[in-house]
Design a protein around this ligand. Structure first.
Ligand SMILES: O=C(O)CCC(=O)C(=O)O
Length: 290
């Protein structure tokens, strides 16, 4: 099975992402597919080995219903879900098939992974009108290994472009380090009480990234922001250090995507125990090389 071509690899190394159109995962376009987003509590923190549904905050009324004292859901449920995650790749056979595949293993091999492990799989819905923005971030802030190694696999299930809150990539920003981390917050009683961003006091760059030419600072320029035009079925590879985002979907078109992340599981890379997502008790993250 073929991985990335030399020119694709060069593009990824130079820019920190790759819009990998040639290997489409499917060609069917479901124009009317409007399906099923988010963070903060046990339901989120314990979703790493489950399939859970997260609502879009804007799907609810801003004031509580006087009868129930709770906000009212303003949309049908299938148009109110922000995302579904985070273990589709191990619990749902169709998602397992497209995730733990020979093709993805070949791509991981071309990226230099020794023992790639797959985690944090999810369907992101970007519902029409209300699909929430994803603020600028780097994936290794969330799935931190020592040294950093995360790469995102992002499959467009629908066309994604400037009109419907596509991905925005600051090209070349993968030459900058991981300065902060998103971790489980521990309360005074020693128990997890939520999540927070903390300063990263560990390695900031992946091993072998010396050839990328490391940037001096953390400044990014507007002109480096690339708004991707992505055809349904394409795979976008996202370097763990590259700064990226997506806007709120104010358009009438949904923008479904399936995404998972790969980290290095070989000796010499440690998955950090403060990361929001932890391996199942007594278990490990799914091996991509089988
Ligand atoms: O699909 C999106 O809107 C954002 C995805 C993203 O930021 C990620 O997968 O790291």
């Amino acid at each position: 099975m073929e991985g990335l071509t030399p020119s694709q690899l060069t593009f990824f190394r130079e820019n920190g992402y790759l819009n990998h159109t040639p290997h489409q995962i499917h060609h069917r376009r479901r124009r009317n597919q409007q399906k099923r987003p988010h963070v903060g509590d046990d339901y989120f923190l314990n979703s790493g080995d489950k399939i859970r549904f997260f609502f879009e905050p804007d799907a609810f009324s801003s004031t509580p219903d006087p009868a129930t004292g709770k906000p009212t859901l303003l949309k049908p449920k299938q148009q109110a879900i922000n995302k579904i995650g985070h273990a589709l790749h191990s619990l749902s056979p169709p998602f397992e098939k497209v995730s733990l595949s020979a093709r993805n293993a070949a791509i991981a091999k071309s990226l230099g992974f020794v023992d790639p492990r797959l985690l944090q799989s999810m369907v992101i819905c970007k519902q029409p009108g209300i699909g929430g923005a994803v603020p600028p971030h780097r994936d290794s802030e969330f799935l931190y290994t020592r040294p950093p190694s995360a790469v995102g696999w992002w499959f467009a299930l629908q066309d994604a472009g400037p009109g419907n809150a596509t991905l925005g990539m600051w090209k070349g920003s993968h030459r900058q380090g991981i300065k902060r981390r998103f971790v489980r917050k521990i309360g005074e009683n020693g128990k997890v009480v939520g999540t927070e961003f903390v300063e990263n006091d560990g390695p900031e760059m992946p091993r072998g990234s010396e050839g990328y030419g490391q940037d001096q600072g953390q400044e990014v320029k507007d002109e480096d922001l690339e708004i991707l035009d992505i055809t349904a079925g394409s795979l976008v590879l996202i370097h763990g250090n590259v700064l990226h985002k997506s806007e709120k979907n104010t358009s009438p078109r949904s923008r479904f995507a399936y995404t998972f992340h790969v980290i290095e599981g070989a000796d010499g890379w440690d998955y950090d125990e403060r990361n929001w997502l932890q391996p199942p008790e007594g278990g490990e993250f799914s091996k991509l090389y089988r």
